[in-house]
Design a protein around this ligand. Structure first.
Ligand SMILES: [Zn+2]
Length: 95
């Protein structure tokens, strides 16, 4: 491939070019491992340095935050409401 538009200069070795590849993205979530097959990434043709596409990572992290917020909300609904210690009771009145 000689598509120069998508080659990125390698920060790791400084001489290689990183070419788009697709590779599984592994993400550890507590006890669980999440795998996203065929994730957009780049690999250096000299040193083999690999990194994932930033836009892809942003998207994944955004979705994970949404999912985490959703599951927290659902967990709260499912459990009997526990009295939580009220943190900083004066925080809202401080203005
Ligand atoms: Zn490199």
């Amino acid at each position: 491939m000689d598509d120069q538009r998508y080659t990125i200069h390698c920060d790791e070795c400084g001489i290689g070019h990183c070419r788009p590849i697709s590779t599984p993205y592994l993400l550890k979530l507590g006890k669980h491992m999440m795998v996203m097959p065929d994730s957009p990434a780049y690999a250096c043709d000299i040193c083999g340095n690999r990194f994932f596409d930033e836009g892809f990572l942003d998207g994944v992290h955004y979705l994970l935050e949404q999912a985490a917020a959703d599951s927290r909300r659902q967990a709260r609904r499912r459990q009997a409401p526990r009295p939580e210690p009220t943190a900083m009771p004066h925080a809202r009145r401080s203005r």
